[in-house]
Design a protein around this ligand. Structure first.
Ligand SMILES: [Zn+2]
Ligand SMILES: [Zn+2]
Length: 236
């Protein structure tokens, strides 16, 4: 017997969610074709920000909007107490990637955490997700190509360019390791749990591209909407 992680009702074999709960999830159906920012109505094209300031990545993919209950599932999942929630979302993400014929990369690089923070938590949720997605899709995962060398601090009151500058100093691409990869990594996906402003993915894409990578995409479980600084609701 399999029980739904959300409503505890019966589910089909090997499924994490019952069909009703699965249908009710905040799927990111309409969005900017470049940055995956959710759009309330059917939409084809690019958002204003992507037109005004072209990102360094080719495309972002996020199957969900960062909205109830996915926001709660991610918070609980990465809090460590209910890791199975993160895995369930990861499996749904892998399915969505295949269904939507998303272009698959040569390698997945999880967005790193600062080592101190990671030691405290014991793992990097982006790394855990990258392993799961990589295994399901048959894509190698590289954990050591990008390092987080400092915390960018509070970004809330910074302008877009201020945020970019701050983030550019937070990460370092390990160019020697990247160049040593055989066959060479021409197309890399940066994977995170949530894409908020897209600044992190954009800066890392810039650095990877200036290190010779031809194409960089960003994948995440969920993408926040317009009101980018809305605090997620408190855990259930
Ligand atoms: Zn259910
Ligand atoms: Zn956009």
């Amino acid at each position: 017997m399999f029980f739904c992680l959300l409503c505890h009702g019966l589910t089909p074999p090997q499924q994490d969610l019952c069909p009703a709960c699965r249908r009710d999830l905040p799927w990111n159906q309409h969005h900017c074709e470049r940055c995956a920012e959710p759009w309330p109505t059917p939409f084809h094209g690019l958002c204003q920000l992507c037109v005004a300031d072209e990102p360094f990545y080719d495309q972002c993919f996020a199957p969900f909007r960062y909205d109830f209950p996915v926001d709660q599932l991610i918070l609980q999942g990465k809090g460590g107490k209910r890791a199975e929630l993160l895995y369930a979302l990861g499996r749904l993400m892998a399915e969505a990637l295949l269904q939507q014929d998303v272009v698959l990369p040569d390698a997945i690089v999880p967005v790193p955490m600062h080592p101190q923070k990671q030691n405290k938590r014991g793992y990097n949720q982006a790394g855990v997700l990258a392993q799961l997605i990589g295994r399901r899709l048959g894509i190698p995962v590289h954990h050591d190509l990008v390092l987080k060398v400092r915390e960018p601090g509070d970004q809330k009151n910074l302008s877009r360019s201020g945020r970019q500058h701050n983030i550019s100093r937070a990460f370092r691409v390990q160019r020697n390791r990247l160049r040593a990869c055989q066959p060479p990594l021409r197309h890399i996906v940066l994977l995170d749990d949530v894409i908020t402003t897209g600044s992190t993915i954009n800066q890392l894409s810039r650095q990877l591209r200036s290190s010779g990578v031809e194409r960089v995409d960003g994948w995440a479980l969920a993408r926040t909407g317009k009101d980018i600084y809305t605090q997620p609701s408190s855990p259930l």
